[in-house]
Design a protein around this ligand. Structure first.
Ligand SMILES: [Zn+2]
Length: 326
């Protein structure tokens, strides 16, 4: 089924369908399509939007979405479930984080531009057609190729109604690590667009590495179903996994501990290690094994991100340390 003009509010009730969304025309005269899965329930209720592969080389969500879809029957659903398993289709085709067409990072151009390049148009389409009618939004990410991140659920941690609803859903999602981000939300993200529209939202991270671990896919699949139970879209109680870490801090991976020198990076620490202020997290060495930079943390906390790929250029992000909430 092709949707030239998607209007979520006008989808027929009690349906379960897959199709393609027309987003933009291409140079060759073709059309850029986004894959689309939806289930409408017998009765009205919340609209949950779930997206994946906003970064084209993060695959956990790509596997999660069809698994969730398989488990939802219209007769047992209240409301509407709308999912896009691949948002940055050109980047997904090229197995890259950013689009090979315009070089843009989809997670930096929200809310997008109707008259922009392909990545900006995808962001605009998602904002206008999916986020505006949404009552709740989940964006499934992972570490991608260069970064390792623990399996986690993240949300914007604010005292207002939006923050409280996001926090409650994050707990219901039930990942081993819960990561709270105090405002302001860095611009350009899907979650910043959702926040600007007053739509409560969550995002995930996981190990990544160009490979989706089945345990992460399982965690995300159960997590989305848990949030649907939490929102009373499905009957039953959420069954969250045991939470081992409740963390708080800036989730902006553009401003992490970076290297002042090019070379070969090896970390001394592992994900979720507790580190002290001033502690060495790793070293950058030259081809002769001589240390050209010692990478330290100014703050004490928990290691939440480590670079996976050994060769590094000046300014590359190597590690991120965050705080504990509880
Ligand atoms: Zn991502």
């Amino acid at each position: 089924m092709h949707f030239r003009h998607l209007d979520i509010g006008q989808l027929p009730r009690q349906r379960k369908e897959t199709g393609w969304l027309e987003v933009a025309t291409q140079l060759d005269g073709g059309v850029c399509h986004l894959p689309f899965l939806y289930v409408t329930g017998r009765t009205a209720g919340p609209t949950l939007v779930v997206t994946a592969a906003v970064h084209g080389n993060e695959y956990e969500g790509v596997e999660t979405i069809p698994r969730v879809f398989q488990q939802i029957e219209p007769e047992r659903l209240q409301g509407t479930l709308v999912m896009v398993p691949v948002c940055n289709v050109p980047a997904y085709e090229a197995a890259t984080r950013n689009s090979p067409i315009d070089g843009l990072n989809l997670a930096r151009v929200f809310p997008g531009d109707a008259h922009g390049t392909i990545t900006q148009r995808i962001a605009y389409f998602i904002t206008e057609k999916l986020l505006k009618p949404a009552d709740f939004f989940i964006d499934l990410h992972s570490g991608g190729m260069t970064a390792k991140i623990p399996t986690l659920i993240g949300y914007i941690h604010s005292d207002d109604e939006l923050g409280k609803r996001s926090q409650a859903a994050a707990k219901a999602f039930g990942a081993p690590v819960l990561w709270a981000h105090p405002p302001p939300v860095p611009p350009g993200r899907s979650l910043s667009a959702a926040t600007d529209l007053s739509v409560p939202s969550l995002y995930t991270e996981a190990r990544g590495g160009g490979y989706a671990r089945l345990d992460d896919v399982s965690c995300f699949t159960t997590g989305v179903l848990n949030v649907m139970k939490h929102l009373n879209m499905l009957d039953g109680e959420p069954q969250p996994r045991l939470m081992t870490h409740y963390l708080i801090g800036d989730g902006n991976m553009d401003t992490v501990i970076s290297t002042p020198a090019a070379g070969y990076f090896r970390a001394d620490v592992a994900l979720l290690d507790e580190v002290n202020a001033g502690q060495r997290l790793g070293t950058v060495v030259d081809p002769f094994g001589e240390v050209v930079a010692e990478i330290t943390t100014e703050r004490a906390g928990v290691v939440i991100m480590l670079r996976r790929v050994h060769p590094v250029h000046v300014g590359d992000g190597l590690a991120h340390v965050t705080g504990r909430l509880e």
